[in-house]
Ligand binder design. Structure first.
Ligand code: PHE
Length: 344
């Protein structure tokens, strides 16, 4: 019996030496040590213990334990060697090649409109304007009537309107209705706010106009505000946004809610056919409507025009961004083309 155990140990250890894979090791383990469900060679030897005499039993039992420990510790060493070898092989075979460049993590980014909007807001903040939020869905009253456009007023045609199913409720066609909200909330304080947001127009989409775009409304109201303050604000905005070499111009215009009214253009250039289209053959791109707040609008906001005056402007964010980034078609902004968006 002792000889049998010694033989078993020798066999097991020499078989182990030739083993190189995890699968072989598992088979070897089953053969000598057994599995949960099957008996191994050692178990079989031990099952014969009962057939031995009382005198023989202790020595054989002790030897059987030694053999078991010797097999187990050889197994442990071999298992570690195989694990390491298999990992090395996996790395060599390319399952993991740590020298390959990592897969690029795609970072999201802000939409160019948002980037331009934030830059513009920062400039106006530097000039002392506070940001005020007003809603995209407006009453006809705020969007038109209180801005000096009663129903049937022909100037309403300047903005083709998206109506909601609720009568008297529209998608704002401009950010100007926010003027009424701010004035009614702030009276009798002086005001210097900007109102950024999306506006909606039921309009033909072209290279220079979209049916949906951002505006930044500006409103300044005080005891002594003149057109010179408006001009200075626009000029300083352009200088901070585009640098001092950017040419801008003021053109006479008409809005029902300002008097006098102007439009502000930035110089674009006239080299290509595209330039001609974008600038309607002038070389200039309009970015802003503006003027001195109409006395009737001041009164609708609660400010007495005999004591107060103010200027307002409504600046197109995408137009401003077009000049800033050299984008020659406003339709890129909402076309969701990654080749465009990823450039920002
Ligand atoms: N609301 C005008 C527009 O959308 C722009 C504007 C704003 C003009 C404020 C004058 C004063 O066209």
């Amino acid at each position: 019996m002792l000889d049998q155990l010694n033989q078993l140990e020798r066999d097991a250890l020499s078989a182990l030496e030739h083993i190189t894979t995890g699968a072989e090791l598992t088979a070897w383990q089953a053969r000598y040590l057994g599995t949960k469900r099957t008996k191994g060679a050692l178990d079989q030897a031990l099952s014969l213990l009962g057939t031995l005499s009382k005198e023989e039993r202790p020595a054989v039992g002790k030897r059987a334990n030694e053999v078991k420990q010797s097999i187990l510790s050889a197994l442990e060493v071999k298992a570690a060697v195989i694990k390491e070898a298999e990992m090395q092989a996996a790395m060599k075979s390319g399952a993991i090649d740590v020298t390959l460049p990592g897969a690029p993590a795609m970072r999201g980014r802000l939409h160019p409109s948002t980037q331009a909007l934030r830059r513009m807001i920062r400039v106006f903040e530097q000039l002392g304007f506070e940001v005020y939020r007003s809603p995209d869905v407006e009453t006809d009253e705020n969007n038109f009537e209180l801005l000096n456009m009663p129903p049937e007023h022909p100037a309403r045609d300047m903005w083709d309107t998206f109506h909601t199913t609720t009568p008297g409720v529209v998608l704002r066609t401009h950010t100007s209705p926010g003027q009424i909200r701010v004035m009614r909330e702030r009276y009798p304080e002086p005001i210097r706010v900007i109102l950024p947001g999306m506006v909606y127009r039921y309009e033909q989409v072209t290279a220079r106009s979209e049916m949906q775009f951002h505006q930044i409304e500006g409103l300044a109201i005080g005891r002594n505000i003149t057109l010179a303050d408006l001009k200075g604000t626009m000029a300083e905005f352009a200088r901070r946004m585009y640098g001092s070499q950017q040419k801008i111009r003021f053109r006479c215009s008409y809005f029902p809610f300002t008097e006098p009214s102007v439009e502000v253009d930035v110089y674009w250039g006239m080299e290509t056919e595209r330039d001609r289209m974008i600038t309607k053959g002038t070389g200039w791109l309009e970015i802003c409507g503006a003027g001195m707040v109409h006395p009737r609008v001041l009164r609708n906001g609660g400010y007495d025009p005999a004591e107060w005056s103010g200027f307002a402007f409504g600046m197109g964010v995408e137009r401003t961004a077009m000049r800033l980034y050299g984008i020659n078609d406003i339709r890129y902004f909402w076309s969701n083309d990654l080749r465009f968006l990823e450039q920002f």
